[in-house]
Design a protein. Structure first.
Length: 234
């Protein structure tokens, strides 16, 4: 797909949050438009979610990553509303810094620590789709391999061994790095979900893989298309 839809193809409205230091909000909004929904800009200092059907917490360096990545953003007024709405079933996707924020907010378990090699990693990364029953992955085939860019400094997923075992046992590992692990994440985990599958966080950037003209593939578009089915059927 190389052209943006001039009008939304569905009535779905997907919020995209902007914090000070966010870098990828425009890309996430573009991905929402590509998928056929209406992107809705949400500001970190405003608690009003504007009646959206889902929320994307995009990548970047919210609040300059002071204290640690995502630690301050978790307390933003908009996140107070996102936390409440997510616990009520609102689909939420956290990408890179957004994943860090969701972990800080307690919506997903674990934490994202400094990469194992202590270097910023930026490359096209193959992933295996491990779960297709979440609100954000129904467009994929089980076990499919997708190529999505990864770019992070604090992308190493870690958690207590009991938590990792629980995620594995419950099928809540959504994406797994294949080939080489870019950051040392436990069990090669690239993305996880909440127990109900409505909340997903991943370190790679699907919004940068929506068109082969500008990315390594259009594989990332599947996440944004998947949630349309989830909100239409809700």
């Amino acid at each position: 797909m190389s052209e943006l839809a001039s009008e939304p193809l569905t009535s779905a409205r997907i919020g995209v949050i902007t914090f000070p230091g966010t870098l990828d909000d425009a890309d996430a909004a573009r991905a929402v438009r590509y998928a056929g929904a209406e992107p809705v800009a949400l500001w970190h200092g405003d608690a009003d979610l504007r009646g959206v059907d889902a929320v994307v917490v995009p990548g970047g360096f919210s609040y300059g990553d002071y204290l640690r990545a995502g630690a301050i953003a978790r307390f933003a007024p908009v996140m107070t509303s996102v936390i409440e709405a997510a616990r009520g079933g609102l689909p939420v996707l956290g990408i890179c810094n957004g994943f860090q924020i969701l972990c800080e907010a307690g919506l997903l378990p674990g934490a994202l620590l400094r990469n194992g090699g202590l270097h910023f990693v930026c490359r096209d990364q193959p992933l295996r789709v491990e779960r297709t029953s979440t609100a954000w992955t129904t467009a994929f085939a089980d076990g499919a391999t997708v190529v999505i860019p990864v770019k992070n400094m604090d992308g190493r997923f870690t958690a207590a061994r009991s938590t990792v075992d629980e995620l594995e046992a419950e099928g809540r590992v959504v994406f797994r790095y294949t080939g080489s692990n870019p950051n040392g994440s436990l069990n090669d985990i690239a993305g996880i979900s909440s127990a109900d599958g409505r909340i997903v966080g991943l370190m790679p950037h699907p919004e940068h893989a929506i068109d082969p003209l500008t990315g390594p593939s259009a594989d990332g578009l599947g996440l944004f298309r998947s949630v349309l089915g989830a909100v239409v059927s809700a």
